[in-house]
Structure formats: structure tokens, C-alpha cells
Design a protein around this ligand. Sequence first.
Ligand SMILES: Cc1ncc(COP(=O)(O)O)c(C=O)c1O
Length: 398
Amino acid sequence: MTVAINPAFERIGEENAFAVLARAAELQRQGRDIINLGIGQPDFKTPPHIVEAAVRALRDGEHGYTDATGIAPLREAVAEDLHRRLKVEVSPDDVLIVPGGKVTMFMAIMMFGEKGADIVYPDPGFPIYRSMIEFTGARPVPMPMREENGFAFSAEEGLSLITPQTRLIILNSPANPTGGVTPKEEIDTFVAGLARWPKAAILSDEIYGQLTYDGLAHQTLLAYPQIRDRLILLDGWSKTYAMTGWRLGYSVWPKAWRDVARKLAVNSYSCVNSAAQFAGIAALKGPQDSVSAMRAEFDRRRKAVTEGLNRLPGVRAATPKGAFYAFPNISGAGWKAKPLASALLQEAGVATIGGPDFGVHGEGYLRLSYANSLENIERALERIEDFLGRPARAASGL
Ligand SMILES: Cc1ncc(COP(=O)(O)O)c(C=O)c1O
């Protein structure tokens, strides 16, 4: 006898990056030398003053439940940080502290996703968007992110996908998996066009907002007062402060929905680990030089990885303008993306992710995370070059 579970779970997906991480770890256990350009997490240590703040909090007895929305000094620090960096006004009352950036997308998609609703999301994009949309029974409407646009979203194309059924539009710039950054003019046009669709909510995933290069300023959707009453901001500490395992993120909610979000928190995780919240305050209020140092190092690697990829036969890589991913077009290399990613891991010892793991528009691309040392990036590129140069293998990937 099998006990039936909610059939919605037949539609839930996952993130292949974690499967690749597990496979890479397995190969390493077997003694293989694997270079991991698969997982999207900074390879740096969390800056010591942040770690110290958490240790101190635990020693001081800060280990009980906190308010479900997060401790007040942390919510205030988030509001101050948004003002300092982006010159936007946010009330600490509208800030919700959540266990990782992902939780905000879970909440937002649960709030608006239901049968009969459409949700527009970037493709290629973070795989959990589509997975959660399908889970809720809503219809996923992919918004293509195109190489010819530098993987920025096109306002015109995005607006053309919105219908009276559209309940939520998900935007992500700087973007995973492409490193694309959408220019201000494009966002201006998109927001202006949203005036025609007052019933559509917007989720802006800005988790890579502090990782832009070439002097580009981050463009936050919070800067548009005309959509603030239907905009949810997703951000967090994971990528900026090398804190992926701390599980600490935040959202900014319109007043109308913030209490629903709080109730979702109360119904699931109650509150975020209290010591992690104290670490979050130290991160935002302490020195920011580690953020600039990490960004500068990512920038060096970004240049190296783009140059190296463009030297490979049949490979063409746009220069990413943000995040820490390169998304080369490998369609000229004689391989489909997923078989190439598998073969690179198995035979060349380099973990990457096939573009289709980020959506149908990802075919023909690979994602390489350059959150790894320059030395490992160079070694990985040599291995990929060597692998692609083996003629018999190339043919087998078609
Ligand atoms: C675009 C995007 N949003 C959200 C997240 C989730 O971040 P967190 O690890 O804080 O849950 C990620 C993580 O890879 C991401 O790439």
C-alpha cells in the first residue's frame, strides 16, 4: 500500500547545482582531482568580525526565539544599508529577516501562485523560480534572457508576455546563471509599461546587487515609487559577505503583504537563528572593505575566465557584467550542453552546469561559476581545452 501525498509534489523541481556538488564530492572521495566551477557560492571565508559577532551573541545568551520578522536592530540595519547604498527609503517595519534569499521567492510564489494564474520568470534563470511556480499550479511564463542583449531582460519582450492573468513577474539583475545586468533605461521602460498592469506583483531578486563590475551601479527596483506598493525585494548576505551556509536573507514587502509573509514565517521556521542575525548586523554596520576586496578578486577571475573561454574552439563567451558566473555559448563545440557538462565532470574533472538546468533557453550554454581561485580557473580552462580537442569524444556528444 502506498500512502498518497499531495500531487503538487510531482511537480516540484530542484537545483541541479546541488546534484553536481554531490557528484563532484563523490568523485573526490574516489581520489579524483575535481575542480568545482559548478556551485554558486563564494570561496572566501566569512569576514572574521562577522563570525565574532555571532560567537559573542551565543556567549551572551542570544540563543532563544526572536521576533518572527527578525530582531529590530537588524531590520533597522537593513533599512540603513539600503539607504546608504541605494539612496532608497525603506521602513524597518517592512523588512522581514528570512533564512536565506530563497525563502523570499518561496513566500512570494506561494502568495501569488495558484491554478489559473500566470507567473513570468527569467529563462535561463534560477531554477527554483520555475519549480515553485509549477508546484503552486500556476502557469510558468518564461521571459527569455538573450545573449544578443548581453543577457539583460528586454522591456519590450517582457511586457509583451504580461496578460490579465499575470499575478507575479520575477526579475533578477545581476543575474544567475548568465551574469547579465539589465541597464537602467530598460528597467525604466519596463516599469513605465507596468502602469498598464496594476494587478501584477513584482519580485525583484537582487541577491547579486553588490557584485557588478566595470563601474556599473546596481539599479534597484526599490527606486521606483510607482511600483513600491506591489514590489517585493529579495536580498541577503549569502553572496555579498560569503555567508551561504549561515542561511540569512531579507525581503522588503509592501505594507499590504508583509503580515502574510510574517504568518508564513510563523507557520514554518518561526524565526531565523538568532546568532546569525547578530552576525548580519556586524556585516552591515562593520567595515565594508572585505566586500570590495572580494568583488575585486571576482573581477580578476571574471576577466581570466572570459578570455580563456573565448580562446576555446567553438566557444563564445559574453563578458558577464555582474554576479560570479560566465555563461559561454558552446553550440559551436559539437556538443549539447548537458552531455558536455557530464563529460567534463567525468572525463576532465571539471564541474560545470549545463544551461538547460536553468530553462529551455539555456540550451547551447554552460554555466561556470568563477567563485574559485584564479589558479583553479586556469587549470580548469586547460582541462576543458584539452578535452574539446579530443576529436572522437567531441563526436560522441552530439
Ligand atoms: C538568483 C538567486 N537568487 C537567490 C538565491 C538564493 O540565495 P540563498 O543561498 O541566500 O538562499 C540564489 C543562490 O544561488 C540565486 O542565485
